[in-house]
Design a protein around this ligand. Structure first.
Ligand SMILES: Nc1ncnc2c1ncn2[C@@H]1O[C@H](COP(=O)(O)OP(=O)(O)OP(=O)(O)O)[C@@H](O)[C@H]1O
Ligand SMILES: [Mg+2]
Length: 467
């Protein structure tokens, strides 16, 4: 078992007396390496790119096991770390996962459990290297990290982004339905623009900030500019100087502010509220909207001159239903994200399941797909997700019927189903946390970030028990 694989164990002590090393040598054909501290461990990781699995003690001393994980993964992105956790340290689970651990094993060892975690760790490792190779290809050919897309429309979008980032100036307008990746693209534009990427990326959501506040957020103010302005405050425009200002949901900006923004874009100067001193700035604005801004221009709610200033380079993000060939690639990426912390890695979605997903309409686009993968990682215990395992909405033949206004009808059966499904989902999360915490309710409540009394109430009401 586990031939041609390499495991590195990092624990204090001597190799000759280490119980894990002895166990692996006896039970597997894996190549076992050993280090007694993080420094030695990192040296081995640097020199041996074949290591697939790292088992490290968390306290080596303090919590330097976490440091080793971070640095180790930095050196070898294909490495799958597993943390060894002594009793009473499980409150560090979240921290370990954040540092890059895939899973944890408790001490004293339950060797059956160790073997299971190791096997699943290897499966996860295969998935990881596959995706890494594929990602590297993507980066090499398109110069992107993070934005997944192999379809022709996405590739052509990547080309446009490449041109935009090579130039460094010129505002960009991103148009696309909700969840298509506008924020991701805006960040990529900033990260990939030489010069600007050394300065700030400043996101501002025009719909989330009340109108009067938006103005002072953007422009800043001088002390005494209005009641309550006890001191001067720099605006986000100034924070974005030499960098990128991301104006999300720009269509919601009110006419008065539109006029002020227009001046900034034309003259590259502005005055903070209550100030007579002009400040010069050099920003690139990336604006985003999830509805047709030119229609708002036609209706007169959005200034035409500002629209043209923003729209020097328009980029339209295609909805997911128009690039369904990207679905398997996106799934692979999201599985890596959400398999962490699970004992059983989901390896893939079957062709039948993918077929269903490709037929679906995806009103929430990539965000909806990401949520689906997360949900499957929590709820599904098998290695493959088949068509039957998918939520109801994917099992139907065809689409929800549209009513005369073109909107999907809200069937009450679906509403009931939603309630049952969310309760089921909650129960599983609660049970997962309780099992992790050995039914210590306080610890489980901590893991769930939930009040202990709320947890107790739910356990009682739903009659949840260890069986
Ligand atoms: N091409 C992609 N590759 C990988 N992840 C993606 C891609 N597109 C979107 N995502 C992910 O989907 C989620 C939604 O993306 P994002 O927030 O960028 O969408 P948006 O267009 O800004 O949506 P909204 O209009 O609702 O604000 C994010 O978690 C993002 O990381
Ligand atoms: Mg967004």
């Amino acid at each position: 078992m586990l031939n041609n694989t390499t495991i590195l164990v990092v624990e204090p002590g001597e190799i000759s007396t280490n119980p894990l090393v002895a166990f692996f040598k006896k039970q597997t054909k894996a190549r076992i390496l050993y280090a007694k501290d993080p420094t030695e461990g990192l040296e081995i990781i640097k020199n041996d790119p074949r290591i697939e699995l790292l088992l490290t003690d968390l306290f080596l001393p303090n919590k330097s096991g976490l440091e080793l994980i971070r640095k180790g993964v930095g050196k070898n992105p294909g490495l799958v770390p597993i943390v060894i956790m002594p009793p009473g340290t499980r409150r560090h689970i979240a921290e370990s996962l954040q540092a890059g651990a895939y899973f944890y094993i408790g001490t004293p060892y339950d060797y059956q459990e160790v073997l299971e975690v190791i096997k699943n760790g290897f499966e996860y490792q295969k998935l990881l290297t596959e995706t890494l190779h594929w990602n590297t290809g993507l980066r090499k050919s398109d110069g992107f990290a993070g934005i997944i897309g192999e379809s022709a429309v996405m590739k052509s979008m990547f080309k446009t982004i490449e041109m935009v980032t090579a130039y460094g100036h010129g505002n960009v307008l991103l148009e696309g339905e909700s969840g298509t990746g506008k924020e991701l693209v805006s960040q990529a534009i900033h990260d990939m623009t030489p010069g600007r990427n050394r300065h700030n990326f400043v996101p501002v959501n025009c719909a989330a900030i009340p109108d009067d506040l938006l103005e002072s957020e953007l422009f800043g103010y001088d002390k005494g500019a209005f009641t309550g302005a006890n001191r001067s405050k720099k605006g986000r425009l100034q924070h974005a100087d030499k960098g990128t200002l991301f104006l999300d949901e720009i269509g919601d900006m009110k006419p008065g502010l539109q006029a002020k923004m227009l001046r900034v874009l034309q003259e590259h100067v502005f005055e903070p509220i209550g100030s007579v001193k002009s400040i010069e700035i050099d920003i690139r604005v990336v604006a985003a909207t999830n509805y047709d801004l030119d229609r708002a221009v036609e209706k007169g709610t959005f200034r035409e001159d500002l629209y043209y200033r923003l729209c020097v380079v328009p980029i339209t993000l295609p909805p997911l239903r128009e690039r369904t060939d990207d679905i398997p690639h996106l799934i692979k990426k999201f599985l890596l994200l959400y398999n962490r912390g699970r004992r059983h890695a989901i390896q893939d979605f079957t062709p039948r399941a993918l077929q269903r997903l490709k037929q679906y309409d995806w009103p929430g686009n990539v965000r909806e797909l990401k949520n689906l993968v997360q949900r499957m990682c929590i709820l599904h215990s098998g290695k493959r997700v088949d068509a039957e395992n998918l939520p109801e909405k994917f099992k139907k033949d065809g689409w929800p019927e549209k009513n005369s206004s073109g909107e999907a009808e809200n069937h009450s059966a679906e509403a009931l189903d939603f309630h049952a499904m969310t309760t089921d989902y909650e129960n599983r999360l609660i049970l997962q946390a309780l099992n992790t915490a050995n039914w210590n309710k306080k610890e489980a409540a901590g893991l769930l970030n939930m009040k202990r009394t709320t947890l107790l109430e739910k356990i009682k009401k739903r009659n949840l028990n260890p069986d």
